[in-house]
Design a protein around this ligand. Structure first.
Ligand SMILES: [Zn+2]
Length: 291
């Protein structure tokens, strides 16, 4: 399996921006970390692919992007984060396996639900946070991100996200494609993208055929110039120190409650890693804080 990566291309005198990624290995890592059933894997995989592409639009490498989706469906809350080349994410329920009866496709929209929101937060150097939220349209994720770009950023966008899950539950292919009409675009550019949209293959099928993001962008837009290539990976930045500092941020009474036990076990929600923290390890920090 190729390492996950993305490309950004500009076409039609930079009036059209194209972002594409092969996120197969990244989504497979997420599946293993959370023991995801097929529909849970497809839903998280789609959100991770979109988050990776949006993360690549950030100008500052230190910026962090957090996407939260809740549509009232059985999967619960989906949350993803992009920071530098890394992605991490979680779902409320990892055991969803729903299919549409007519097409036999994984029913992401049913799992997510559409009575809810898609929220995007940008965090600059852990200080300022810019948050923007839109109502979910279908819960199929791609449509919801397209709506987000149109409403929150006033950028007309075509968004295609897809995850192919193999019979043995492995991720066979995962990817994302975003085509955006940039400021200054004309009627011709709109028509070109509309024509393209009519017979666009699912991005997961394109990736499954072995086509890379760069090759695909150039196939769709003959004049495309690739302006960014970036490796991406599923990776969690958790550590024992981080958990200790979040425990220390608890109200005093809650912290005293926690300190009743000799050893506390905490599990990272993003990578399922378990940390055993001894009482004295917290107390050591606690005393430092008290001083
Ligand atoms: Zn972790």
């Amino acid at each position: 399996m190729k390492d996950s990566h993305l490309c950004i291309g500009l076409a039609h005198q930079a009036k059209i921006r194209i972002l594409a990624c092969d996120s197969t290995s990244l989504v497979e890592k997420a599946r293993l970390a959370h023991d995801l059933y097929p529909t849970s894997a497809a839903a998280l995989g789609r959100v991770l692919s979109a988050t990776a592409l949006m993360g690549a639009m950030l100008k500052d490498e230190d910026e962090k992007l957090v996407v939260t989706i809740n549509g009232g469906g059985p999967i619960g809350t989906i949350m993803t984060e992009a920071y530098g080349p890394y992605l991490k994410g979680l779902v409320g329920d990892n055991t969803i396996y729903l299919k549409y009866n007519d097409s036999n496709k994984l029913a992401v929209g049913l799992a997510v639900g559409k009575e809810g929101y898609l929220k995007v937060s940008r965090n600059m150097h852990l200080k300022e946070t810019f948050t923007s939220q839109v109502a979910l349209q279908t819960g199929e994720i791609g449509d919801d991100f397209a709506y987000y770009f149109a409403l929150s950023e006033q950028v007309p966008s075509l968004v295609s996200l897809g995850v192919l899950v193999d019979v043995d539950t492995h991720i066979k292919a995962a990817g994302g494609l975003i085509i955006q009409l940039m400021p200054g675009h004309n009627e011709e550019d709109i028509q070109y993208v509309e024509e393209l949209a009519k017979d666009l293959k699912p991005i997961s099928s394109v990736i499954a055929e072995g086509k890379g993001p760069e090759e695909y962008i150039k196939e769709l837009f003959k004049d495309a110039e690739i302006v960014l290539r970036k490796d991406i990976d599923y990776h969690c930045d958790c550590s024992k120190e981080r958990f200790i500092s979040s425990l220390l941020a608890l109200p005093k009474d809650d912290l005293s409650e926690v300190l009743k036990d000799e050893t506390i076990e905490v599990k990272c929600e993003f990578c399922s890693k378990v940390y055993k923290i001894k009482k004295e390890e917290i107390e050591k920090y606690y005393e430092n804080v008290e001083d």
